[in-house]
Ligand binder design. Structure first.
Ligand code: PLP
Length: 368
């Protein structure tokens, strides 16, 4: 990649390929792989990422909302797309674009059945989501009879898969709880298979599940963060390659005299002769105010420069005292040299939030 001339998010599609192959290598050959590309593929670019993964042979995609699935169809994606959290108002659009809904409650199931009937569908693929402990979305264990009752002898839809989601797959201290989730899921799938003619496939694991509970891979796994290069633990991060690098440049350099302050509300007060640099990147770009105040740093020519004062909407200031640099020089915010997980941890958050928060006003550039 050439030096950045403005703030850009570099997307390394070769790193994506590496991560996909690494995660695949942990799984049985017959296990299907679903790539989670919700939220602009975790802030990178859902269309480019999905096109690349489709070319590599990924089996399934998932998005959160219908609108995201429509964008993938418009980008030429032909593989099945699971919509994890469809809103009933969008069911007609969902059917028009051949997107596959997650059905997670009686109301959603009945609304979808009505839509499928109105649109004259037969065997429309749907996915049943069960709550096994996350308490977020999903039918309960006790809903199996209701569901099978609703769907028996119904031609409009066909249950493609049954799935659930782990609450703490990255946390081995929660191993007992996770094993209970796996057991409950196992019980539900056996019951469904007994009571329905459709023989749906099963999926449970997210990225950390693939790493820590490989034995529960069932027929498919769903990976998001791992594809983008982060595995929620250092050992796995060492095997993965970050896909996104956020780079910017120095807009201006200031000499700060003792007692002078930097930024809104004068929150950084200089205790000596310091040099600050202003960057064209702010909280409107996804680098929130929690990263200000000197606890988070960026890299200027490989050297750590803390973000000082309050983060502004379109700018941040960093302390470059002792670092030889000038206007126009490149600055790395996160990427392979400075992990998004570490950057996020300085503000008590996680790589997921940092990555998905990078605003759409920042240009994406691609490396393949
Ligand atoms: C977001 C999401 C995933 C992906 O999880 P990662 O930890 O990013 O791999 C998988 N399944 C469901 C239901 C999700 O909502």
């Amino acid at each position: 990649m050439p030096e950045a001339k403005e703030t850009v998010l570099e997307i390394d599609l070769r790193a994506l390929e590496h991560n996909y192959r690494y995660l695949r290598s942990k799984l049985a050959a017959r296990t299907k792989f679903l790539a989670v590309v919700k939220a602009f593929a975790y802030g990178s670019d859902a269309e480019k990422v999905a096109q690349k993964l489709e070319s590599l042979g990924v089996d399934y995609f998932a998005v959160a909302y219908v609108k995201e699935g429509v964008a993938l169809r418009n980008a030429g994606i032909t593989k099945p797309i699971l919509v994890l959290h469809p809103q009933t108002i969008n069911f007609n659009t969902l059917i028009t674009h051949r997107l596959e809904p997650s059905l997670y409650s009686p109301k959603v199931l009945e609304d979808f059945l009505a839509s499928a009937k109105r649109q004259g569908q037969t065997d429309y693929p749907v996915h049943l989501k069960f709550n096994t402990g996350l308490n977020r979305l999903g039918f309960g264990e006790n809903d199996v009879d209701y569901i099978t009752g609703q769907l028996r002898d119904v031609d409009e839809v066909k249950i493609s898969s049954v799935f659930s989601h782990l609450a703490a797959s990255e946390d081995l201290n929660e191993g007992t709880f996770t094993q209970r989730q796996i057991d409950v899921f196992q019980k539900i799938t056996l019951e469904i298979n007994k009571k329905l003619d459709d023989k749906p496939f099963r999926h449970l694991l997210n990225t950390s599940g693939i790493i820590n509970y490989t034995g529960a891979q069932y027929d498919m796994v769903r990976s998001g963060i791992g594809l983008y290069g982060y595995g929620n633990e250092a050992k796995i991060d060492a095997e993965l390659k970050p896909v996104a690098t956020l780079k910017t440049i120095i807009s201006q350099i200031h000499k700060i005299e003792p007692g002078e302050t930097v930024g809104y509300n004068r929150s950084f007060a200089s205790d000596g002769h310091r040099i600050s640099a202003t960057l064209p990147l702010g909280h409107a770009d996804g680098i929130g105010r929690q990263y200000g105040g000197g606890k988070t740093y960026v890299l200027v020519h490989g050297k750590k420069a803390p973000i000082i004062g309050n983060v502004c909407m379109d700018m941040i200031m960093i302390d470059v005292t002792g670092i030889s640099c000038k206007e126009g020089d490149e600055v790395v915010v996160f990427g392979p040299e400075l992990s998004a997980m570490e950057f996020a941890q300085t503000a008590n958050t996680i790589s997921y939030e940092l990555l998905t928060g990078i605003s759409q006003r920042i240009s994406r550039v691609y490396k393949d």
